[in-house]
Ligand binder design. Structure first.
Ligand SMILES: Cc1cc2nc3c(=O)[nH]c(=O)nc-3n(C[C@H](O)[C@H](O)[C@H](O)COP(=O)(O)O)c2cc1C
Length: 498
């Protein structure tokens, strides 16, 4: 119960309100900007390979369409390059910055990735623990185990350096770290599909994940830059290997900032949300195979967040394809969409809901404004109220115009109290991971359709809930999103990252 009250306290306290945003520094302290790249001093660095041949994007969603690649340096390189690797270097006015395949709030990139694998042809003769270094596209070899891990699958652990987001966003940052972890998971799942590999999140104890990766060896980290374990992912077929024991590691983590700011509530929410990672029941409906499209590499590398939208519309087919694509995140069964539809051909402007599972229809009807029309448009889509919601979309999105100028924008409304009741406090973390995964999927799907998207972490929580007539915390919106056509800033140049 104590952990649940910590979640409720954190969630309420970090809501943005019209005249009081969640607590943060309120300015950019450039002198303490964190290094986006973790490195372990002295750890052997093994270069990975660059392959530019990937299958067509649409085949990633066709069961058994692609052969299962063996685990070797080439396949692991491809998995990491097209999930968490650099996608582009942007430059403008004398400064340049790297963007990655996985979207991240403020591009602060809190998510770190560890690989626990049996012998890998071309890389190691024994079973190893390594850390992915995206700038170098290389693995830092942290440990070679005496024991031999079973072949046929390997593990990826994701963790978050909360400080990276805390530096800019203060108390609300923990939410963004979790959304980013969800984006990273989905990036891995998609890149895995290029290799015919299946990804599955395991019901692991977060403490065990920390132990496995040496993250609980706190003396190796600056005290304000420790990493919080997020999830453990199995790639490949299920086998019964138990987790290996990681001994004390000799490599110290680099220090990311010369000084830090303290937001004590972050430690409390992180502590409260530890435990066995929950696995909500998978969604029943699955996504349709999309129309033939570009090569997967063109989608994952060209995915970019729109900073401005041009105010043009999209077709109903594109709209339906985007909604349907979200069903590929079968593990994200606690999330529904509340949509502000501005410009979709053949659909009147208005407020809609897309129920990703019909299970919640009656409870949602009961929870929301009783005057909503609930006009059934098929396949989970309902019109709640017609009208021009462009101003409302911009207002709830912290006044960001992208929410108004996209073809549509939406909030991800989650089964908040039932998730906490079923899974305990860690259910809160899991809900953000579900939303982040959907976000990454929709970024990619929009890119494949020649459209653009932007995740919106900055929104006015209760203004949005009030618009829906929600009176309590049964459902809460945890992530917002907009999709449309981007105006590209031609002053910014793009270079290849490697
Ligand atoms: C969780 C999350 C929240 C975000 N929130 C916003 C936002 O409120 N406004 C915005 O313009 N961009 C937002 N973004 C977009 C990021 O700024 C963008 O992903 C980052 O700068 C990297 O650029 P890229 O997506 O083109 O790789 C968000 C992204 C994520 C993943």
């Amino acid at each position: 119960m104590k952990n649940i009250s910590s979640v409720l306290e954190y969630h309420d306290r970090t809501k943005h309100r019209p005249h009081a945003y969640a607590a943060s520094l309120g300015y950019m302290d450039w002198a303490t900007q964190p290094d986006p790249y973790r490195r372990y001093h002295g750890a052997p660095l093994i270069s990975l390979i660059h392959s530019e041949v990937t299958p067509p994007y649409h085949l990633l969603f066709q069961k058994d369409a692609l052969p299962i690649a063996p685990l070797c340096i080439e396949s692991l390189s491809m998995l990491l390059r097209y999930s968490l690797g650099l996608a582009a270097i942007k430059s403008h006015g004398g400064s340049s910055w790297a963007l990655r395949c996985n979207a991240s709030s403020g591009n602060l990139q809190p998510t770190e990735c560890y690989i626990i694998a049996p012998a890998i042809k071309g890389l190691s003769e024994g079973s190893t623990l390594s850390h992915y270094a995206p700038r170098e596209h290389a693995l830092e070899l942290l440990h070679t185990y005496d024991e031999t891990l079973k072949e046929g699958s390997f593990l990826i652990a994701l963790s978050s350096v909360i400080w990276r987001e805390e530096w800019k966003y203060g108390e609300r940052c923990w939410r963004y770290c979790q959304l980013d972890a969800g984006h990273a998971y989905q990036s891995i799942k998609i890149a895995g599909r290029m290799l015919g590999w299946e990804c599955e999140i395991l019901p692991s104890d977060t403490e065990e994940i920390g132990h496995l990766c040496g993250l609980d060896q706190y003396h190796r980290f600056h005290p304000h830059e420790i990493e919080s374990p997020d999830m453990l992912i199995r790639i490949g077929k299920s086998n019964t290997s138990t987790l290996p024991i990681t001994p004390s590691l000799p490599y110290r983590a680099n220090t990311l900032s010369p000084a830090h700011h303290e937001w004590p509530i972050l430690e409390r929410i992180e502590k409260a949300t530890q435990g066995i990672y929950p696995l909500p029941p998978p969604l029943h409906p699955t996504r349709d195979v999309p129309n033939p499209s570009k090569s997967a590499i063109d989608v994952v590398l060209k995915r970019r967040s729109a900073q401005m939208m041009d105010g043009s519309g999209i077709t109903l087919e594109q709209f339906r394809t985007l909604l349907n694509a979200s069903l590929f995140c079968t593990h994200a069964s606690d999330v529904h969409f509340i949509l502000f539809v501005h410009r979709v051909e053949g659909l009147e402007k208005g407020l809609y809901t897309y129920l990703r599972t019909s299970d919640d229809l009656e409870t949602l009807k009961h929870a929301m404004d009783e005057n909503f029309s609930w006009k059934d448009l098929g396949k989970g889509l309902y019109l709640l109220r017609s009208g021009d919601f462009r101003g409302a979309a911009q207002m709830v999105s912290c006044n960001q115009e992208i929410a108004k100028e996209g073809a549509f924008s939406f909030g991800m409304l989650c089964n908040f109290s039932s998730s906490l009741e079923t899974h305990g406090a860690i259910g809160y973390k899991n809900l953000y991971h579900q939303c982040g995964a959907i976000g990454q999927m929709l970024y990619l799907e929009a890119t494949s359709l020649g459209l653009s998207a932007t995740g919106i972490g900055c929104f006015l929580d209760d203004e949005f809930h009030a618009l829906l007539g929600l009176r309590d915390q049964q459902y809460q919106s945890l992530y917002h999103f907009t999709i449309g056509r981007a105006i590209v800033d031609t002053r910014i140049t793009t270079l290849k990252p490697y």
